[in-house]
Ligand binder design. Structure first.
Ligand code: FES
Ligand code: FE2
Length: 382
């Protein structure tokens, strides 16, 4: 399938030996795309320009006119597809062009403690449903990443209409006086998650879950979830939204990648995810509900998008671009827990933003992976 890593078009394949590969989606002859399909099966990929053909393991296996035009002098072994190092975690595929980068498991580190709440809650893990949803906005990609990674603060105003409807339907909304045992989490390498419960976990997510048939599913799978994750995480039912640094965001029912298209545009690729063992009608319900909220014209998506666009647009203003913006909420109120990994901060605060941008700055200034510390620099005493 064709996808992107940042601005680079890539092609992800599974070869005859079931090995997963990530290649630059570029014909080695003159650079044409060799795959344009979102998904499918193919024994090989033939470039539509002059017909060079590549196997699923990236080898160049066909060159039209090899004898007549190249006099059999082209060393085909040197012109296979450009490959990235590819690793997987719980069904998610990650790739890195730099052979010196840390392994995926080191890069994710103890953040997997939180990721597993979504991707390993029940046997079989998750699957994507409803295809890939793509939409673009004239906004810098980091606004999406930082928003999903740690911005509960905005929900009271930006998503005020949704909160109003929730209250009108009898839902409880304590505003800023929310449960103080709910926190945001930031782990090494800049990964983040919102809304973890720590300490004496109150199982309110399950109690208030609607519709009732979805609540029933989570009740039915609770025992298994507790066996896999332990009671502390199982009782929380879900966590998120969250951002795996730098640009993969997720919740219990979505994964999205914020693909940069230059500094002023973002192309969002979004998948609905469901537990593989979830009954079919609940899978369909999850897709429908998600479209209404986070589809390209979903209520929540539209609420957010306009803010991201305007925050980016101010960068075109000569005076605006010279101003300093701020993220001090909760500064100095970060803390650690012996029981869970990461640095914890008030869920209505900007601790995760500080972590995200400190990490980004560190990576942008580092000449190589050797110069990047495992623990991100903190704007606090921790
Ligand atoms: S560009 Fe692909 S075969 Fe020529
Ligand atoms: Fe939002």
């Amino acid at each position: 399938m064709a996808n992107y890593k940042g601005e680079d078009p890539v092609l992800v394949t599974r070869d005859a030996k079931s090995k997963v590969h990530t290649f630059l989606n570029m014909c080695r002859h003159r650079g044409n795309r060799i795959c344009r399909a979102d998904a499918g099966n193919a024994p090989s990929f033939m470039c539509t320009y002059h017909g060079w053909t590549f196997a699923t393991d990236g080898k160049l296996v066909g060159v039209p006119g090899y004898k007549e035009a190249y006099f059999e002098e082209l060393d085909r072994s040197q012109w296979g597809l450009v490959e990235a190092r590819t690793e997987t975690y719980k069904g998610l595929i990650f790739a890195n062009w730099d052979p010196k980068a840390p392994s995926l498991i080191d890069y994710l580190g103890d953040y997997t403690y939180w990721m597993d709440m979504t991707f390993d809650r029940v046997a079989g893990g998750t699957e994507a449903r409803g295809g890939v949803w793509r939409f673009a906005a004239p906004a810098n990609w980091k606004f999406g990443s930082d928003n999903f990674g740690g911005d509960n603060y905005h929900t009271y105003i930006t998503h005020g209409a949704g909160r109003f409807l929730n209250r009108a339907a009898g839902g409880v909304d304590n505003g800023f006086n929310d449960d103080p045992s709910r926190v945001n989490v930031s782990t090494k390498h800049g990964h983040q998650a919102n809304n973890a419960w720590i300490g004496s976990v109150v199982n309110t997510r399950l109690q208030t879950m609607r519709p009732l048939e979805m609540k029933q599913y989570y009740q039915d799978t609770y025992a298994e979830s507790e066996k896999r994750l332990g009671a502390e995480r199982a009782k929380q039912i879900t966590i998120g939204p969250a951002t795996t640094f730098p640009n993969m965001s997720w919740t219990n029912n979505m994964v999205r990648v914020w693909h940069p298209r230059g500094p002023m545009h973002t192309e969002v690729w979004h998948w609905c995810i469901v537990d593989k063992i979830m009954p079919e009608h609940l899978k369909k319900m999850t897709v429908t509900t998600l479209v209404q909220g986070f589809g390209p014209s979903g209520n929540t998506e539209q609420d957010d998008g306009n803010n991201f666009v305007a925050c980016t647009e101010i960068g075109r203003s000569p005076l605006g671009a010279r101003q300093v913006v701020n993220q001090p909420a909760g500064l100095g109120h970060e803390f650690k827990s012996e029981n869970v990994p990461g640095i914890l901060s008030p869920r209505i605060g900007e601790g995760n933003q500080r972590s995200f941008y400190a990490r980004w700055q560190e990576m942008m200034n580092a000449p190589s992976w050797d110069r990047i510390t495992i623990e991100p620099r903190r704007f606090s005493l921790l």
